[in-house]
Design a protein around this ligand. Structure first.
Ligand SMILES: *Cc1c(COP(=O)(O)O)cnc(C)c1O
Length: 394
């Protein structure tokens, strides 16, 4: 059992040992009976520490990220918090500049309260060697980044981190937030990353009805440390959410492929409008993407994923008009679900960033972010065309 779709359907999803149920029951019990003190009847004692549905989800996710271990959390943000909590006081982190907003907030407003310092870089591939100090324990990247979909060469950064690790006693780990692509499109551990984190809320659950997170690794020591914190901090998902997210994960390959195929068609359509209704398009599946060669190395079949961002002609007003005129694309934050969404980062997901900093990283008032769903391609094309027309008639 080695191919992705087969693993998605079957990993961690054995028929129930006692009843034969093909789909695992939802195990709501918080506590588990013991035969004698410290001798549980089965594998479980108390549901925060571990429970059957979380175990199954974690096994499935580990298989899809080609990891030995995975740990589930109550949100992607909780996964991030647990990783940062694993650092001792006064340690240092190097992060890409346009990291997810909630991660940036945790780095600068929470982790700093126990002395953890974070250095941000917009050209991490070039700068990283100079930015790593003796106190550096983590390097944090997202590829593609949000919302400008810039690509970082993960293997290149991993090689530098490995070189630093070989030259000293203290651990240093490369973390990749793989939320934007899902394990179907990219497996950072196979590119040399030490830990991969996801907001399961997005592609992995895929149905916009669960908030959850996960971290996966092949490093046993790192796993043990994070597993201890998962229980000690207690930001764990419910059995019901694990069950739902596991159900969602079983179709990840179908959804991710469909979303990526739709996004490719829409990105090419938008690109054909440059000079008219469109100013620029960022999509890793386009030949014109500046890091297309890296995309071909690190994404499955060079897929571009389901996220597109583009600048519309006509400024903030046109961006607003586009997003309130679409009929299939719902104007909403978040991404990675079966349904198509659109948003204007400058006034929604990225509104907290000062304008000059925002524009320096490419987030202009006229930038629109699309999360392309799995609806029929021709309906999405028609929707984008009519919204572009309405926005340019403004
Ligand atoms: C949504 C998101 C997160 C945070 O996940 P939550 O489940 O909302 O806590 C982290 N990283 C990225 C890239 C995200 O898109």
């Amino acid at each position: 059992m080695t191919n992705f779709g087969t693993l998605a359907v079957h990993a961690g999803a054995e028929p129930d040992r006692t009843t034969g149920a093909v789909i695992q029951p939802i195990s709501l019990s918080t506590t588990f009976a013991q035969n004698a003190p410290a001798s549980p009847v089965g594998d479980y004692e108390y549901s925060r520490s571990s429970n059957p549905n979380r175990d199954s989800f974690e096994q499935a996710l580990a298989a899809l990220e080609q990891a030995r271990f995975a740990l589930a959390y109550s949100s992607g943000s909780a996964a991030t918090a647990n990783v940062l909590q694993s650092l001792a006081q006064d340690r240092h982190v190097v992060s890409i500049g346009d990291v997810y907003g909630g991660t940036h907030r945790y780095f600068t407003k929470v982790a700093n309260s126990h002395g953890v310092q974070v250095t941000f870089s917009n050209s991490i591939e070039e700068d990283i060697e100079g930015l790593i100090t003796p106190a550096t324990r983590l390097v944090w990247i997202e590829s593609p980044s949000n919302p400008t979909l810039s690509i970082t060469d993960i293997a290149k950064v991993a090689a530098i981190v490995a070189k630093v690790r070989a030259s000293r006693k203290e651990a240093i780990h490369l973390v990749v937030d793989n939320t934007f692509l899902s394990p179907y499109v990219q497996n950072p551990l196979t590119l040399g990353a030490d830990l991969v984190v996801h907001s399961v809320t997005k592609y992995i659950n895929g149905h916009s009805d669960v908030v959850m997170g996960v971290a996966a690794t092949n490093d046993e020591q790192l796993h043990e440390r994070l597993r201890f914190l998962q229980n000690a901090i207690g930001a764990v998902p419910s059995a019901f959410d694990c069950w739902l997210a596991h159900r969602g994960l079983k179709t990840l390959h179908l959804r991710a492929k469909a979303a990526s195929n739709n996004a490719q068609v829409l990105a090419e359509l938008l690109e054909s409008k440059i000079g008219a209704e469109v100013i620029a398009v960022a999509y890793p599946g386009l030949k014109s993407h500046p890091r297309r060669a890296v995309v071909e190395r690190q994404h499955r079949n060079g897929l571009g994923g389901g996220m597109i961002s583009f600048r519309i002609s006509g400024g903030a007003k046109a961006a607003s008009k586009f997003c309130s005129t679409t009929k299939i694309f719902t104007l909403a934050e978040s991404l990675g679900g079966i349904e198509s969404l659109c948003e204007v980062p400058a006034v929604m997901t990225h509104a907290g960033i000062p304008q000059d900093k925002r524009e320096a990283s490419g987030v202009y008032d006229d930038l629109i972010r699309l999360s392309v769903g799995i609806e029929d391609t021709e309906d999405l094309i028609a929707d984008v065309l009519q919204a572009l027309q309405a926005a340019s008639a403004n």
